[in-house]
Design a protein around this ligand. Structure first.
Ligand code: PMP
Length: 401
């Protein structure tokens, strides 16, 4: 009998863009290869808080383990954690959230995003995403058989969303708008008026909103505003958030979504079939962090502010940048530099890695229009200082005095 050759038929439709372009992982891999070859690399490419998780969270998780909380929890999360999330919302946003009818605990906000898109999108539905954006958005829209529509946020405009650009992206197939404030990678924070502009469009065109607020505590001035708090928006909005950034708990893999009660049964089923539930003892730790780690969060945010101010001041003369109002990334425009060096943004990122041993991410990864680099400043001040020194030396060596 002749055997048929294996045909994997890859990529399948939902993975059509998965391997396209350069991703952050590829840059990390290249940086690690350099390190293995004995070169010291400063990692400004990884968007991962470097502080330890709050002690109260570790104690609570350890106690949960010792008490035998090692089994599946409620699919939507432990009642204690859902209550702590609802209480935190009341404290932070002054909004009442029903822990039973509106909260689902997920495996990080990344799973909350997948759950939201898989629950809300029909195949072919269009999702408008302001650019630049966190690259998981385009991948997850594709996984949910949706179609990405980009709406540009311009550097000249401080990466603010212009309602006219958003409206221009709306078609009869548009189902939802995916927002991210504070923004990864631009550091822009959406003000109330901007959110009101989005809300007006959602009402006018009958759209839903998925609002990724996982950097909700990372504001250097003013207060975070959730679009769900605007009149008539609660019922149109799914909010995603997470313990990852707020409490420096990325490895615990706990996030959550706040959904309209009508959506909850479907989203909860979707989450159940994707993940069953988030880790039991990690949930206990996150509940305690939400209850008792405000002082830790305040201290960490002050640390990030100091780092932001330091790195921005050091790089200002070489890179064209807006002072980020939120999150922990600088996102300078580098077109002047790339022009002088005869490179594009990915070429400049590779050049900085090779010449200065500083790893960054080209803006292309975030679908930025134009030449940008993302530099995550969630590193100790001494490393940021060394990165700035090395960049300076490399540029000088190449004739840029
Ligand atoms: N949204 C944004 C904008 C992010 O930057 C990240 C992580 N880098 C996530 C979601 C996912 O984070 P997590 O799953 O750890 O909550």
């Amino acid at each position: 009998m002749t055997e048929l050759a294996v045909d994997y038929r890859l990529p399948v439709f939902r993975m059509r863009d998965a391997l396209k372009g350069v991703g952050i992982r590829e840059i990390v891999t290249k940086a690690e290869a350099l390190e293995r070859a004995g070169k010291k690399v400063i990692h400004l490419e990884i968007g991962r808080p470097d502080y330890d998780s709050p002690a109260c969270a570790k104690t609570a998780a350890t106690m949960a383990l010792e008490k035998g909380e090692v089994h599946y929890t409620d699919t939507a999360g432990t009642p204690a954690l859902r209550r702590a999330i609802a209480d935190a919302w009341k404290r932070g946003m002054g909004m009442d959230v029903d822990p039973d009818r509106e909260v689902i605990v997920t495996v990080g906000s990344i799973e909350a995003l997948a759950t939201a898109l898989l629950t809300l999108l029909e195949p072919g539905d269009e999702v408008i995403v302001p650019t630049p954006f966190f690259p998981a958005y385009s991948a997850q829209i594709a996984l949910a058989s949706g179609v990405l529509r980009e709406a540009p946020c311009r550097f000249e405009n401080g990466f603010r969303i212009d309602s006219a650009d958003l409206e221009a992206a709306i078609t009869p197939r548009t189902r939802l708008i995916l927002l991210n404030t504070p923004n990864n990678p631009s550091g822009a924070v959406m003000e109330r008026e901007e959110l009101e502009g989005v809300a007006a469009l959602a009402h006018k065109h009958g759209l839903l909103v998925v609002s990724d607020e996982c950097y909700e505590k990372f504001l250097y001035d003013g207060q975070h505003v959730s679009i769900a708090s605007l009149p008539g928006m609660r019922e149109r909005t799914v909010v995603l958030s997470s313990a990852s950034k707020t409490f420096s708990m990325t490895g615990w893999r706990v996030g959550w979504m706040i959904v309209p009660p009508e959506v909850k049964p479907y989203a909860a089923k979707c989450h159940q079939h994707l993940a069953t539930c988030a880790s039991s003892f990690a949930q206990a730790g996150v509940a305690e962090a939400l209850r008792s780690a405000d002082a830790d969060v305040k201290r960490m945010i002050e640390g990030y502010r100091e780092r932001r101010d330091f790195l921005a001041a050091r790089l200002r003369d070489r890179f064209e940048l807006h002072m980020p109002q939120g999150a922990f990334y600088l996102f300078p425009r580098v077109s002047a530099l790339t022009k002088r060096l005869g490179l594009d943004a990915p070429g400049l990122a590779t050049w900085l890695l090779d010449q200065a041993g500083v790893a960054t991410v080209p803006g292309d990864v975030f679908h930025a229009q134009g030449e940008f680099l993302r530099m995550a400043y969630c590193r100790p001040l001494e490393e940021l200082a060394e990165a700035a020194d090395r960049i300076e030396v490399a540029l000088k060596k190449n004739g840029m005095s």
